[in-house]
Design a protein around this ligand. Structure first.
Ligand code: PLP
Length: 428
């Protein structure tokens, strides 16, 4: 396979004609495929069927401390749910608040509270001229959406294979008091599937920010979402809460997690873990916001999964469904694009996405071509703040929703779109 960059103009034109014919053939099939969002497939959702019946009588509704989950009370979550979510994050239960059906809400509320009331006695962010956040890129569009909504100025920080570029993070937070936070997906990151190295986690814990109210938003959304069963094929990261305590920065981090891609997407339970001082502040504000979250949902999660071992075993059932999908996409990419020099990607060991980097200036056109042929992908640029990928290169592939058969077809359409747009670019 010769790299496209080595072909002369005539060869490129001939290649384009060939690819165009295959693309038109695919387009003519009138397909309707969706690889746009990281939604679990029906098969994955079916795995949690038992949760629908695990509470089936009045007697089933009591928490271990005797609280009736059908009634108000237990604003920080029932004890067994706090222990369960704490075990998932590796944090003692008294450092965990279990909330409602989605972790994104807790993240939104955390930013919102910082704007209206400030963080631990510091000036509310709304009273400051400028508030900035660091955004490791490519990253999760909904994180960037929250900070954009509040008018936060977002600064791109490139990802490396070990996590965000820490030289840059350290320099920026030390030198600018208006930098108030950073979005992190430390394990199987969205979209690259990168897990932060021990050094990265330690450097995060030891940050010396100019802003006293700087906070790390540690969204451990994929902490138990391995694709492989073998221990050596599973990433493990250091515990940020412990590392921050050791470094004398216990208040610098909020850790978030949920069971959205464990039980039901948007119907799971969510949690925040942090220092005592931060949790007290969260509780104080929550007191005005809600009387108590859905404890029946908390209880049925614990009854269904039982404990950390139970949920880990459940995640292996997810892995058995997800792994072949990831492998299908990556094998099509390797077979069709390997050696052509028109894109790069990695096979992640967990999470929900595969990140594809096209030749600069090609991502939007590739996504548009795929759409014309019936394949909806995540919008190009979505993995960057303000939807602006400066290189117009990154595309997020979400293989979870289609069936394996659909996925093979979708991957074919994708590689044809990549080839076609790259050839057009090289012929400009
Ligand atoms: N965090 C990350 C990194 C995600 O990728 C997602 C969903 O794709 C979420 C959070 C959403 O979680 P929840 O449903 O708990 O709000």
């Amino acid at each position: 396979m010769r790299a496209y960059g080595e072909l002369n103009r005539e060869e490129l034109l001939a290649m384009k004609q060939e690819v165009e014919a295959s693309y038109e053939e695919a387009r003519g099939k009138g397909l309707k495929l969706d690889m746009s969002r990281g939604k679990p497939s029906k098969k994955q959702l079916d795995l949690a069927e038992g949760m629908l019946t695990v509470i089936s009588s009045n007697e089933d509704c009591m928490a271990e401390d005797g609280l009736d989950c059908r009634n108000y009370g237990g604003p920080v979550g029932i004890p067994e749910a706090r222990r369960f979510m704490g075990d998932i994050m590796g944090v003692p239960m008294d450092q965990v608040i279990v909330c409602g059906n989605a972790s994104l809400t807790i993240m939104f509320d955390t930013v919102s509270r910082s704007f209206t009331h400030g963080v631990l006695g510091n000036t509310p962010w709304s009273k400051l001229d400028r508030v900035k956040f660091l955004c490791p890129v490519p990253g999760y569009d909904r994180h960037f959406g929250i900070t954009e909504y509040f008018g936060v100025e977002m600064i791109n920080v490139p990802m490396t294979p070990e996590g965000p570029d820490m030289d840059l993070v350290e320099k920026l937070v030390a030198g600018d008091e208006s930098i108030k936070g950073i979005w992190c997906v430390p394990k199987y990151s969205n979209p690259q599937g990168i897990s932060y190295s021990d050094e990265t986690v330690r450097r995060f814990a030891s940050l010396k920010p100019a802003a006293k109210d700087f906070r790390i938003f540690w969204d451990n959304a994929y902490c138990i979402h391995h694709l492989y069963e073998e221990a050596e094929k599973q990433d493990q990261i250091l515990n940020i809460i412990e590392e921050c305590e050791k470094a004398g920065n216990p208040d610098m981090v909020y850790e978030f997690a949920s069971t959205s891609k464990v039980s039901f997407a948007g119907g799971g339970i969510s949690a925040v873990a942090s220092s005592k001082a931060n949790l007290e502040e969260i509780k104080r504000h929550m007191n005005y916001q809600i009387i108590s979250h859905d404890k029946i949902n908390q209880l049925r999660h614990v009854k269904f999964f039982r404990d950390l071992e139970g949920v880990k075993a459940h995640m292996m059932k997810h892995a058995a469904i997800m792994r072949p999908k990831f492998e299908t996409v990556v094998s099509v990419l390797e077979k069709e694009l390997g050696g052509l020099g028109i894109g790069s990607w990695q096979m992640p060991k967990g999470g929900y996405f595969i990140s594809f980097d096209a030749m600069p200036g090609c991502a939007r056109a590739i996504v548009a071509r795929a759409k014309e042929a019936g394949l909806v992908m995540t919008g190009a640029g979505a993995t960057y703040p303000y939807g602006k990928d400066p290189e117009d290169s990154n595309i997020r592939i979400a293989p979870s929703l289609p069936t394996p058969e659909e996925l093979a077809v979708a991957a074919d359409i994708f590689v044809l779109s990549v080839k076609l747009v790259s050839l057009e670019k090289l012929l400009e």
